[in-house]
Design a protein around this ligand. Structure first.
Ligand code: PEP
Ligand code: MN
Length: 337
């Protein structure tokens, strides 16, 4: 449920409501807009039945939130959230480009990619150190050694860094080296992992599960946020369908659907969505046009030699060209890039 205060309500009236909510053993989430403050209530709202909250000073109205996700819900927070990662903002006024190899393979591979993607316009370096591969015999990632290269790349280039985590142990290690955690498609409903990511203190990029509905995905985000971590970004990376020409099918309409349902930023991963290098650029442009807050793109110094996802990885030149071609799209979408 949300409690909408009257326009210009005094801080003392808002605090009074927050106190009533807390005294009844519930959690209050404040969203302070330019005109109106909204107080979101999480927990068993029947506990408030005796509190006469509707006649408390400066309460305008009370609205029931029927969806099971609350903190993630746009009704709780009508304005778009901006997620701060170091000195970089992910949100409605910028186009955030995250780029880098699928897997970190060596220091030279990562550093050369970091330099190239930074030059082209990326603000985040991505790279997998813990790889959830379909086959147990495929390259599983360099783990902590890879994370050390991530840290070195950040120190040299100033890029923010993001790495997928697949276990609690991986989270404990990754927080020492990177700026943002990624929960991959295969772990979107690994609820224990989501809770640990929520407690990590780092912003989290939550990818959509291979066959997850948007509501399941938003509930997964709620798991992270209900641990007190408000810094969540969603990433549409394609879903399983009967179509085989692409690795997955990009659900482009997920972007406007999410924009309506949640205040969280939404980015698109055209690499895993298509699985085909030639389709990465057109799909990236579509994502920006439809309102995505950013892109996550796989880039490799030698895609043909890549230990994972070579066929969908862009060369440095391809990525440089894509960033140039994205500029007019970003500008039309009113985003700085
Ligand atoms: C990745 O980003 O490298 C990855 C494994 O993606 P996804 O979880 O979307 O498959
Ligand atoms: Mn990959």
């Amino acid at each position: 449920m949300i409690i909408i205060m009257k326009p210009g309500a005094k801080p003392s009236s808002v605090q009074n409501i927050v106190k009533i909510i807390r005294d009844n053993g519930l959690t209050a989430h404040l969203s302070e807009g330019d005109q109106v403050t909204i107080v979101g209530v999480v927990g068993d709202k029947t506990r408030l039945s005796q509190s006469n909250i509707q006649i408390a000073p400066e309460v305008d109205k009370i609205v029931n939130v029927t969806e099971s996700y609350k903190i993630v819900n746009r009704q709780f927070h009508p304005e778009d959230s901006v997620i701060h990662v170091g000195n970089t903002d992910i949100g409605p006024h910028t186009l955030t480009i995250m780029a880098g190899p699928c897997a970190i393979e060596s220091e030279e591979q990562l550093l050369s990619t970091a330099r190239a993607v930074k030059k082209a316009g990326a603000t985040f370096l991505r790279g997998g150190a813990y790889k959830p591969r379909t086959s147990p015999y495929s390259f599983q990632g360099l783990e902590e050694e890879g994370l050390r290269y991530m840290k070195a790349a950040r120190e040299e280039t100033g890029l923010r860094t993001i790495c997928e985590v697949t276990s609690q142990k991986a989270i404990e290690t990754a927080v020492k080296y990177v700026d943002m955690l990624q929960i991959g498609a295969r772990n979107m409903q690994n609820f224990e992992l989501l809770k640990e990511a929520g407690k990590s203190g780092l912003p989290v990029l939550l990818k959509r599960g291979l066959a997850a509905t948007i509501d399941e995905w938003l509930n997964a985000a709620e798991y992270i946020m209900s641990e007190g971590n408000e810094n969540v970004v969603l990433c549409e990376r394609g879903i399983r369908t009967y179509e085989t020409s692409t690795r997955n099918t990009l659900d482009i309409s997920a972007v406007p659907v999410l924009k309506q349902k949640t205040h969280l930023p939404v980015i698109v991963d055209p690499s895993h969505a298509t699985g085909v290098r030639a389709y990465v650029a057109p799909v990236s442009k579509a994502a920006v046009a439809v309102g995505a807050d950013g892109l996550m793109v796989e880039v490799h110094p030698c895609p043909a030699c890549a230990l994972s996802d070579g066929p969908q990885s862009l060369t440095f030149d391809d990525f440089g060209q894509l960033c140039q071609e994205l500029k007019p799209y970003a500008s039309l979408a009113g985003r700085e890039f």
